[in-house]
Design a protein around this ligand. Structure first.
Ligand SMILES: Cc1cc2nc3c(=O)[nH]c(=O)nc-3n(C[C@H](O)[C@H](O)[C@H](O)COP(=O)(O)O)c2cc1C
Length: 266
């Protein structure tokens, strides 16, 4: 099947889904790649359209075993025309539960034909040097696996004459999805006196929960606890207050210390 261009769409507050997706796209080796970074709230106000001869690659992190709920409306508004699609979830070494199945289902329901799927491991959003969880993932080995997966997808596309030839894509998971879509409303971010007020935290927040004029002001209901503002603060001025997030971090570190490996479904 001839692919005219690749559309790479990702949501990636702390950059791991993005890194994995970029590796996959390198492996695809296509000259024309259109990148849609849906981490930015503005981008999610515009519907994504994909044509029949475009390959759509979607990469999202796993939140509570599911596709992040804040993406539901945007993913559910995709326009596609039998376009082949690659579904990718990135999780923090606990489990991806039904997230890959959910992503496959939503893309199918919008006119995509999922032809491949993968689950990769990314450093957990709650992880830090003090209590690391999957620290540094995706690592060099994961990136190599992402590139190889992209090459496998390119081989599959060469072997079929249209997306419908690919057959149904089987991925792990069960219906109903279960899990939790309502995230915690938790006041967990401490802002230190060394905050220079640069506003980077507000610009990297995927939900506009941080006030650009006063970065210590956080809309708790909008915050998805992604920790992007903490991890990306150039002054290291933001940290986690002791509470549910640090307790989860300690639990995850203890229970899911054994590194997991990426999985592929082609
Ligand atoms: C609210 C929330 C829920 C999460 N739930 C899970 C989960 O169920 N399983 C898991 O292994 N990791 C979970 N994670 C970790 C992320 O999936 C993981 O760190 C991912 O690599 C983050 O992607 P990003 O760097 O693209 O933002 C969760 C993270 C957050 C913020």
């Amino acid at each position: 099947m001839r692919i005219e261009s690749v559309k790479l769409a990702y949501f990636s507050p702390t950059g791991t889904s993005r890194a994995v997706a970029e590796g996959i796209v390198r492996g695809l080796g296509h000259a024309s790649v259109d990148v849609i970074d849906a981490t930015t709230p503005d981008v999610r106000t515009r519907a994504l359209s994909v044509s029949a001869n475009e390959l759509l690659v979607v990469a999202v992190p796993v939140y509570m075993g599911r596709v992040p709920d804040l993406l539901s409306e945007w993913l559910g508004a995709i326009h596609a025309d039998g376009s082949p699609a690659v579904c990718v979830v990135v999780y923090g070494n606990r489990a991806y539960d039904n997230a890959l199945l959910e992503l496959r289902d939503v893309l199918s329901s919008r006119g995509c034909v999922p032809i491949a799927g993968a689950a990769f491991i990314g450093e957990h959003s709650f992880s830090d040097a003090g209590a690391p969880v999957a620290l540094g993932r995706p690592n060099a080995e994961d990136t190599l696996a992402a590139v190889k997966f992209g090459e496998t997808v390119a081989d599959k596309l060469r072997a079929i004459s249209s997306a419908s030839d690919a057959g149904d894509l089987a991925v792990p998971g069960t219906h109903p999805y279960g899990g939790i879509t309502k995230l915690w409303d938790v006041d967990f971010i401490a802002v230190g006196g060394n905050c220079g007020g640069c506003g980077l935290c507000a610009s990297v927040c995927p939900t506009g929960a941080v006030d650009a004029a006063d970065p210590a002001k956080i809309d708790i209901a909008a915050c998805v606890t992604c920790c992007a503002c903490i991890k990306r603060c150039p002054q290291g001025a933001r940290s986690k207050k002791a509470g549910p997030v640090t307790e989860a971090q300690t639990r995850l570190r203890t229970l899911y210390a054994e590194p997991k490996s990426p999985e592929f479904f082609v």
